[in-house]
Write a protein that binds this ligand. Sequence first.
Ligand SMILES: *Cc1c(COP(=O)(O)O)cnc(C)c1O
Length: 236
Amino acid sequence: MSLISDNLQAVTADIHRTAIANGRDPQQLQLLAVSKTFPADAVIAAAAAGQRCFGENYLQEALEKMQEVSNKMPQLDLEWHFIGPLQSNKTRPVAEHFAWVHSVDREKIAQRLSEQRPKNLPDLNICLQVNISAEASKSGVLPGEALALAQKIAALPGLRLRGLMAVPEASHDEQQQRQAFRQLRQLSESIQAAGLPMDTLSMGMSGDMQAAIAEGSTMLRIGTAIFGNRNYAKQT
Ligand SMILES: *Cc1c(COP(=O)(O)O)cnc(C)c1O
């Protein structure tokens, strides 16, 4: 498990270096450790190395992991982010157990999260997932529909609109990576210009982190570079 702390240190150093190289303040970049498919002990190892924010994609797996982590380490104060596809009949546990949702892409989901967010908890932080490459197969609101959805979310109680998220088409070409991230940033700027303040650009994964930083990411969602390669065969 000590490998995880080495990896975290290397990723953090990489983020720092890339931010400086792009004239950005490293403090403006938050690291979300994506722990999907990895066990509670991997989360605990990362937390021991100072990581506080964790991203999960699969609801059932996430709920079990959270429970196990808090049983083993009740003193840990972790922040959980839901970043996976969300079905409307599964919103309640998300509203009850997470601090952030990055994958809101339709009004119905937002409405349910708003109604189901417990009143004793702080507002649920929301990022709109945008289908920036406009691929029919991918989740995410189309760029042209993002402003209208953002306006609806901003008006819902119990939710706090924080920004935009995207998972662009995988590419090894840095210019292509940057172009997708630039589109997301420009969309964010146009939504803000329309009067909706947002402070988060959730973009950049292990394979395109540098491009995302160069284009203004504020939250990197990093899995593989911290925890290693995922084994989906173990995933039920
Ligand atoms: C799995 C996943 C990540 C992490 O990807 P890596 O390439 O392992 O860093 C980030 N964001 C989302 C939405 C994911 O599903």
